[in-house]
Design a binder for this molecule. Structure first.
Ligand SMILES: *Cc1c(COP(=O)(O)O)cnc(C)c1O
Length: 433
């Protein structure tokens, strides 16, 4: 068959059978058929190449088809693709856990490997609740979080997403009710004022007898609004949680592995949580894998009280292929000049997105690490903007009022320039006035 016919068949089958993320059936928006990907380029089935500005949702930090990552999977595949983790163990899981513990701070020493970011958040929430239950404080079973957050799409994870963008109304009565305070202020780099922390302080002080843990994304709020806030907020929060006997959970699923300019966003604040969620870039975007790290205090409390076990166990827990590629990805990251690259991306984004500062229809332009965000005053018309970006040879996926990029760290300046000029052109042409 001709290539064109194959593509038509693919698109017809897709339209007929497949759900896409946050989409209807049939999908109201066009989807673009990818044939292969290499470095920072996606190649569509018609041969068109797109420079990737999304890292497949924060994950593909080394780009695509990376020889070391391919090799790690291939070698592991020849030994075994998967074995159950109940009663069995293997080298890739042990090596990955040891590596994650070494890279993170405080005494985040115990690692639960699971399937996806949302599941790692479920695991974190269950750990916090089970911890207090083990201590005879079962009333401490609520989560406190900030508005503007995003923690995943499963029900407990949804319960701590922003109530509006997380669509709590649609699922009311099913999504557990949690406690919310205003989103963290001030923005990253703005001067600190203790008043920014008053609501959080008062809420924790008043309700600590009901609160198992505070959960939030450190420094960078991702899919809930792409906002960057002052690390001082996290220092204050760490102190408050210690004073009030409340656990602290950081969701670093988006920020982990260098995205914000530090290896973890927690490093900006120099504080660590009691429970830490990692995912997305953990495998360099190759496979679905996430990790929930906990302190020895949390793990010992859970393990030394009835039922003497943490009550979670996914079928594909610690998948060996995923663990092997995660190790290769971490090695590739740490052996690369990642920090220099991320800082260079940050300066280039700042520089090249600056024509949009103060432009008609643009509310804000902000950058942190390898993240560039243009916030508009009106929601983007995806029917127009998505093909407009593809026409300009870049892959970007705006949502709501946000046009943003978080490219692979290995992107060359000329390719990044193609991404930023497409953003400037498309925003000026389609989103202004
Ligand atoms: C993407 C994301 C999740 C959910 O991860 P999935 O792998 O999509 O389930 C949770 N928290 C944050 C901060 C994320 O960015």
């Amino acid at each position: 068959m001709l290539r064109r016919e194959l593509t038509d068949d693919l698109l017809a089958a897709d339209a007929r059978y497949l759900w896409h993320p946050y989409a209807g059936m049939p999908n109201a928006l066009p989807v673009f058929p990818v044939d292969r990907a290499e470095g920072v380029r996606l190649t569509l089935t018609d041969g068109q190449e797109l420079v990737d500005g999304m890292s497949s949702w924060w994950a593909a930090i080394h780009g695509y088809n990376h020889p070391d990552l391919n090799g790690a999977i291939t070698r592991q595949l020849e030994r075994m693709a998967h074995v159950m983790f109940g009663g069995l163990t293997h080298q890739p899981a042990a090596d990955l856990a040891e590596r994650l513990v070494a890279l993170t701070g405080a005494d985040l020493d115990k690692v639960f490997l699971c399937d996806s970011g949302s599941v790692s958040v479920e695991v974190a929430i269950k750990m916090a609740v089970q911890y207090w239950s083990c201590l005879g404080k079962g009333a401490k079973n609520k989560l406190l979080t900030v508005r503007g957050g995003y923690h995943g799409d499963t029900l407990a994870a949804m319960s701590v997403c922003d109530p509006v963008t997380g669509m709590h109304g649609l699922f009311s009565g099913v999504v557990p009710e949690q406690i919310f305070v205003a989103r963290p202020e001030p923005s990253f780099g703005a001067p600190w004022n203790d008043e920014h922390f008053t609501e959080m302080r008062e809420c924790v002080e008043r309700r600590s007898s009901e609160i198992a843990a505070v959960i939030l994304e450190p420094v960078v709020q991702g899919a809930g609004g792409m906002r960057f806030y002052a690390p001082e907020y996290l220092r204050q929060l760490r102190r408050l949680c210690d004073e009030q006997d409340v656990l602290l959970i950081f969701d670093e699923i988006a920020t982990g592995f260098g995205r914000s300019g530090e290896l973890f966003a927690a490093v900006h604040a120099e504080v660590w949580p009691d429970i830490l969620c990692l995912g997305k870039a953990l495998t360099g975007g190759y496979m679905t894998l996430a990790a929930t790290l906990a302190t020895t205090r949390v793990s010992e409390t859970i393990s030394s009280n009835e039922p003497n076990a943490f009550m979670h166990g996914p079928t594909f827990m610690a998948n060996p292929l995923a663990c092997a590629v995660a190790l290769a990805s971490i090695d590739a990251l740490l052996l690369s000049p990642w920090k220099k690259r991320v800082h260079a991306i940050e300066s280039q984004l700042k520089d090249e997105l600056s024509p949009l500062v103060g432009a008609d229809g643009v509310e804000d332009v902000r950058t942190l690490g390898a993240i560039g965000v243009v916030e508009l005053s009106q929601p983007v018309d995806m029917l127009v903007t998505q093909p407009a970006f593809v026409d300009r040879g870049v892959w970007l996926r705006p949502f709501g009022k946000l046009v943003y990029t978080m490219p692979p760290f290995v992107i060359e300046p000329a390719d990044l320039r193609q991404v930023t000029s497409a953003i400037v052109e498309v925003v000026e042409k389609h989103c202004c006035g």
